[in-house]
Every structure is written in structure tokens, then in C-alpha cells.
Design a protein around this ligand. Structure first.
Ligand code: SAM
Length: 255
């Protein structure tokens, strides 16, 4: 079945070196590296999957994957990368229809991944102490057409959580240990806490606090990935590797 690009679709253009460019076909003009400014409306009517020529360069026209959307975000804070977001969703068992709270929203990267998991009937509540971050993240969510699933609040999670009976709470703040008691109270029995921290010292303080409450299945993981380069000459790990992102601590509330 052939599917054509419609006006207002967001497409990803991939060149022969697999560089990616997100383009909103309803937008005014967009810049593509090595090509310059293009009129996005030229993409309307092209077939998804076909290769087209723009400014003497070849590009495949595809729908953006979830990873493309996350990588293409305009960032102001350090974001949770897709590889860690995937582990958060799996280890917290985030599913369609659930209510999940996160703090802070930052650039909205994790938010986009969470929304994709709870759609179409769930809800994400996002706290952040900074209004400018909330505005920035909500703009990113709007671009991804996912803002309807998110309620953002200017709130300090270490001072308390209004919501009750949550399925999961994800903390990406500098002092997660100060929110643990509030998270325990806000979770439904069986609900999950996840804390993402770049430093081991943060993990130790958080786990100590978790252990003072009725949580089980407490575990901390580090997610290390090595990409393999496969060629006719042989296969080896890629020379480019992102050494460290953060540690992920998980725990499950019981009574
Ligand atoms: C590293 S960023 C979060 C990035 C986000 N998870 C993402 O993937 O884009 C940390 C955010 O936490 C917010 N923050 C820090 N302390 C907070 C607190 N106590 N309550 C709520 N938000 C907080 C900061 O303003 C900042 O926006």
C-alpha cells in the first residue's frame, strides 16, 4: 500500500550517509545541511519510503521513528536518551491507560516516550520548578503532536505530590532522595518508582531513603551500549561510544 505525505505531516529525510532531518511539511521554510533552505511543501504528495532528489542530493522520505523525535528535540536541559527511556518504560511496566508522574520535565524527552506508552487513554503529569522549562518542553510536545496527554505543573516534587493512585513516578532531579516519601504516598500499591541519576553518590542516598519505606524489587542498573560495525572486512565495535548517561534505580511499592 502506498502512503503519501500530507500537508502538516512531520517527515524525516534521511541522506545516503544516514543523516536525518526532521521537516514539518506545514512549516514555512526549513534548513537542510548541505542543501540550504527548502520549501517543505515540496514534500507533500511524495510517497513514504521513496527516495527523492533535493538540491542534487538524494533523501529517503520516511515517518520519524520515536527515536528520531527524541533526538530531534530542541534541548535546554540534559535529556534522558531513548536507550534509558526504553528501560524506564519496561521496568516500570508503563502501559496504555496508566497515569504516570515525572519530575522534572526538562526538555520533554522522557515525556514524549512516556506519552507514547500510555496513549490513547492515559495521562502524564509533569512537575518542574522552572516555568521556562515547562514552556520549552510543552513546545516540543506540541511539535510532536502529543501535548494533549500532558498536564504540566510548576511544582517542587520534594515538597509533595497532589496526585494519588499513580501507576509510576519517574524522578530526574538532582536530589531524588528528598522526594521518596511523597512518591511512596502517591503510588498505588504495586506502582513503580524510578530515579535517574548521573552520579553514584546520588544513587546511594536515594536507595538508603527507598529502604526506609515499603518498597520491594529495589535495583539499580547502568545501561551500556556498544554499536557493532558490520562490513565485508569483518565486524567490530564502533569507535564512537557514549560512555555514560545515568544510573537507573527502580523500586515497587507494597503495603
Ligand atoms: C535533567 S532535567 C530533566 C530532563 C528530562 N527528564 C528530559 O528527558 O528532557 C532536570 C529538570 O528537573 C527540574 N527540577 C529540579 N529540581 C526539581 C524539583 N525538586 N521538582 C521538580 N522539578 C525539578 C529542573 O528544573 C530541570 O528542568
Amino acid at each position: 500500500m502506498v502512503i503519501k505525505v500530507k500537508k502538516k505531516d512531520t517527515v524525516v529525510l534521511i541522506d545516503i550517509a544516514f543523516r536525518k532531518f526532521l521537516v514539518d511539511t506545514g512549516g514555512k521554510t526549513d534548513k537542510i545541511k548541505g542543501v540550504g533552505v527548502i520549501d517543505p511543501s515540496i514534500l507533500v504528495g511524495k510517497k513514504y519510503g521513496e527516495q527523492i532528489e533535493i538540491g542534487n542530493k538524494q533523501f529517503w522520505v520516511l515517518r520519524p521513528s520515536l527515536q528520531d523525535k527524541l533526538q530531534g528535540l530542541k534541548r535546554r536541559a540534559q535529556i534522558i536518551l531513548p536507550r534509558d527511556a526504553a528501560h524506564i518504560i519496561m521496568n516500570c511496566s508503563v502501559e496504555s491507560g496508566q497515569k504516570v508522574l515525572e519530575a522534572g520535565i526538562g526538555s520533554g524527552s522522557l515525556t514524549i516516550a512516556l506519552v507514547t506508552a500510555i496513549m490513547p487513554s492515559g495521562k502524564i503529569v509533569s512537575y518542574d520548578i522552572r516555568e521556562d522549562f515547562i514552556e520549552h518542553a510543552m513546545k516540543n510536545l506540541k511539535t510532536a503532536k502529543l501535548d494533549n496527554y500532558v498536564t504540566a505543573k510548576i511544582k517542587d516534587i520534594t515538597k509533595g505530590i497532589e496526585e494519588k493512585q499513580l501507576d509510576a513516578v519517574v524522578l530526574d532531579i538532582p536530589d531524588p532522595w528528598n522526594a521518596v516519601t511523597h512518591v511512596w504516598k502517591a503510588l498505588k500499591p504495586g506502582g513503580y518508582l524510578c530515579s535517574y541519576s548521573p552520579l553514584i553518590s546520588q544513587v546511594e542516598k536515594t536507595v538508603k531513603e527507598i529502604e526506609k519505606h515499603s518498597f520491594i524489587e529495589v535495583k539499580t542498573i547502568e545501561n551500556i551500549q556498544r554499536e557493532m560495525v558490520v562490513s565485508d572486512r569483518g565486524t567490530r565495535p564502533s569507535f564512537n561510544m557514549l560512555g555514560h548517561t545515568g544510573y537507573l534505580t527502580f523500586a515497587r511499592k507494597v503495603l
